[in-house]
Design a protein around this ligand. Structure first.
Ligand SMILES: Cc1ncc(COP(=O)(O)O)c(C=O)c1O
Length: 361
């Protein structure tokens, strides 16, 4: 798996009783760089997990070919990548299974779906899901159904900054900076009990405490309504990606994707800037809170006791330190702010020239 990833993902892998093995990534887009993965790593892993970080596609075709050769499954994390394609083929159709998140593109507050290669696996997975879920609760359903409306109201009333500051003051935000606290002692204990999702609850529930709660009718209806707006959401994302992807700051992978025929409907557009953290602070003062910052990479965050470090960590560190993930739905406002703030583009990654790495999309 890529170390440029949400911290919850490392805890999910640990909860499954597995050891997360970090892959080298491409500085073009932050996804696994298959050309730099050593043979010894290929021989040591039991599965490959993609990220499709911010909606930019992994080399899914190549990864699948390689996984088939090794006799191991490819699993696709498509949380950021509803609507992303490689050629004409959607992300989510390359692996044995793919997980999609409705909390991202559809603007819902949780929920998701699995896409399976073999329909015969469905029954067993439904059974596992039912074993893991806690019974539904009406008041939680109501809270989850109302949350996207509350979020939209806060944005429309320009209350993002005060609300965010109040939440921080009240200790309601679970990440001090971009990563949650590792809680090493507790993690060591939990690792001794894995596989066991419950043992990892304190980490896995971050951002979504009700993640194991079964959805009731009200929430399902809300999710269905939000999903019906998905095509409009994706076209707006393509527009925003086209605008931001044409700027000097856009990550190399995004720039070439935008130059191609089909612009991807990115979840976030990674812009590579020199003093990223200072810019994040300045944007906060303007009421724009930037999320989904995966810095430091997961191997630096969790350490070798819990994860297998990448054999070539530099590109992940560079990408994680410079990426500013901008919501393409806010592209016009962000373009005005970026023109005013005029951040310096990040110095190029001091590895092999980016132009030597062929575009993926
Ligand atoms: C790359 C990635 N994968 C998976 C997830 C989990 O998504 P969800 O909690 O909606 O299932 C996230 C959440 O932010 C993510 O960023």
């Amino acid at each position: 798996m890529s170390p440029v990833n949400d911290d919850v993902m490392v805890f999910v892998v640990l909860a499954a009783g597995l050891r997360p093995v970090m892959a080298p990534v491409s500085p073009r887009d932050g996804n696994i760089d298959i050309r730099v993965v050593p043979e010894s790593t290929w021989r040591s892993v039991g599965a490959v997990l993609t990220t499709n970080v911010y909606g930019m596609p992994d080399d899914a075709d190549e990864l699948r070919t390689r996984c088939d050769r090794m006799g191991i499954p490819l699993l696709e994390d498509a949380a950021h990548a509803i609507g992303t394609t490689v050629g004409d083929r959607p992300i989510g159709t390359f692996g044995k299974a793919a997980a999609f998140s409705l909390g991202k593109h559809a603007g819902a507050t949780g929920g998701g779906f699995l896409a399976l290669e073999d329909p015969a696996d469905r029954k067993a997975l439904e059974h596992l899901r039912d074993e893991l879920l806690a019974p539904r609760q009406l008041h939680r359903d109501l809270a989850y159904a109302l949350r996207p409306l509350a979020r939209a109201a806060v944005q429309r009333l320009h209350l993002v900054r005060p609300v965010w500051r109040v939440m921080r003051t009240l200790g309601l935000l679970e990440r001090e900076r971009f990563r949650m606290e590792l809680q090493e002692r507790h993690l060591r204990e939990a690792a001794g009990r894995s596989p066991d999702l419950g043992a990892f609850d304190r980490w896995v529930r971050v951002d979504l405490h009700g993640y194991r709660r079964e959805h009731g009718r009200l929430l399902r209806r809300t999710l269905r309504r939000r999903m019906s707006g998905l095509d409009t959401d994706l076209s707006r994302r393509r527009e925003g990606t086209r605008l931001l992807g044409g700027t000097v700051w856009a990550a190399a992978g995004v720039r070439s994707a935008v130059g191609d025929r089909g612009v991807p409907p990115l979840f976030r557009v990674p812009l590579m800037v020199r003093d990223r953290d200072k810019l994040v602070a300045r944007l906060e003062r303007c009421g724009v809170v930037i999320g989904y910052l995966y810095d430091p990479p997961l191997d630096d965050f969790a350490g070798p006791e819990f994860v297998e470090p990448s054999p070539a960590p530099e590109a992940a560190r560079w990408f994680a330190a410079h990426a500013l993930p901008v919501d393409p739905l806010l592209a016009r406002r962000m373009m005005r702010l970026l023109q005013r703030e005029a951040p310096q583009p990040a110095d190029p990654f001091p590895g092999p020239a980016l132009r030597d790495q062929s575009p993926r999309v």
